[in-house]
Design a protein around this ligand. Structure first.
Ligand SMILES: Cc1ncc(COP(=O)(O)O)c(C=O)c1O
Length: 358
């Protein structure tokens, strides 16, 4: 058996959508992109969607739209993908790393608030592995301190907290990379309920132009192609069904795995189960376990083995973040994608229970 950590399945509908674009003769930023923006925003109950070429661009555009630039501090979790913090560097800002909640792996509101200085301009929680960060707490902190709230929702398509999607608390950015719950080859989306922010985002993704050849602010070419949007639209139509299947897989793992700490779902939230990430007990040697799982055909992976505050690019003077370091040392992600068969699910449980010593 070979069970990959994620699986891209493209069908006849995606093929027909791409052919429709090729026949149209318009390959970038046209009707498909406009329709994808509307449909993506509608599904997430956001007022505005602005499509871009990937999730990293979405973060950079969101930071620029909130006028974050040279020496401005943005509080981010260290337990995340590189782009969460590299996007802050890209606009000339300073990523300030704060610790996570030990059970959900999301940025801790208390730790983030303690990290605020007079230079802080924004807080950027990450909805890690599909689990929503504590957004009511972050909204409150940002309102009290006059800070922008940017949600890195790269992994959180369709996830909710108190019935609300990413994009309803702050400016939310999504990735449409191949491994995500839905994909467009490459792609990104920014959601906001604020019309002015949406307008700034549209200008930023198109070379800073509000009118042709009048560049009113710094912008780049961050545009999405029509081909990507056409694929994304088909994928979006399958998002809720895919997330329901991911949940069924996660429920099965939660019920049957032994001897490991299974993922915690925040009260009132519905994770979209982008990853199923468990914690191993300290006595289990993770590298040996992951190798054994891989040798058994299970594409287990570690997201993320080296936290961002320990990455050389961010400099050597960094705080100690105990919960982040513990998570980075002991987590393992198992395949939870919607294409798992019931046999594969059972085989994963049986193999993990045997190898992790339950
Ligand atoms: C948390 C997080 N932020 C940002 C990104 C960047 O998205 P992209 O790879 O589409 O640039 C990713 C992608 O893996 C991610 O997981």
């Amino acid at each position: 058996m070979q069970i990959p950590i994620s699986k891209v399945v493209l069908g006849e509908a995606e093929k027909q959508a791409v052919l429709r674009v090729l026949d149209s003769g318009t390959l970038t930023q046209g009707e498909e992109v406009a329709a994808f923006e509307r449909e993506f925003a509608n599904l997430h109950q956001a007022a505005h969607g602005v499509a871009v070429n990937n999730g990293t661009s979405a973060l950079i555009a969101a930071l620029l739209a909130h006028d974050i630039g040279r020496d401005d501090e943005v509080i981010v979790p260290s337990f995340s993908f590189f782009a969460t913090a590299s996007s802050v560097l890209a606009v000339g800002g300073v990523p300030v790393f704060a610790d996570i909640e030990p059970d959900t792996f999301c940025l801790s509101p208390e730790a983030a608030e303690r990290a605020i200085t007079p230079l802080t301009k924004a807080i950027m929680p990450v909805h890690l592995f599909g689990q929503m960060a504590d957004m009511p707490a972050f909204a409150d902190i940002c309102a009290r301190h006059g800070l922008a709230l940017i949600e890195d929702a790269a992994q959180a398509h369709g996830a909710t907290l108190d019935g609300r999607y990413a994009g309803s608390w702050g400016t939310a950015t999504f990735s449409l990379y191949a491994s995500k719950n839905i994909m467009a080859g490459e792609g990104g989306m920014v959601l906001t309920n604020d019309a002015d922010t949406a307008e700034r985002l549209r200008v930023i993704r198109n070379q800073g132009m509000a009118r042709q050849y009048v560049h009113e602010r710094l912008g780049y070419n961050l545009r999405m192609t029509e081909i990507a949007a056409a694929i994304g639209r088909v994928q979006l139509a399958g998002l809720n069904a895919g997330n329901a299947q991911r949940r069924a897989n996660a429920d099965f793992f939660n019920a049957h795995l032994r001897g490991v700490t299974t993922p915690v779902e925040r009260t009132g939230s519905a994770s979209c189960w982008h990853q199923y990430t468990l914690m191993l007990p300290a006595h289990v040697d993770r590298d040996t376990l992951v190798r054994a799982l891989n040798d058994s055909g299970i594409g287990a992976k570690v997201y993320y083995p080296i936290p961002l505050h320990r990455q050389p690019v961010f400099g050597s003077v960094q705080p100690s973040l105990p919960h982040t370091e513990t998570a980075a040392a002991h987590v393992v992600s198992l395949p939870v994608h919607p294409h798992l068969t019931t046999e594969e699910r059972a085989y994963i449980v049986e193999t993990v229970n045997r190898l992790a010593g339950a």
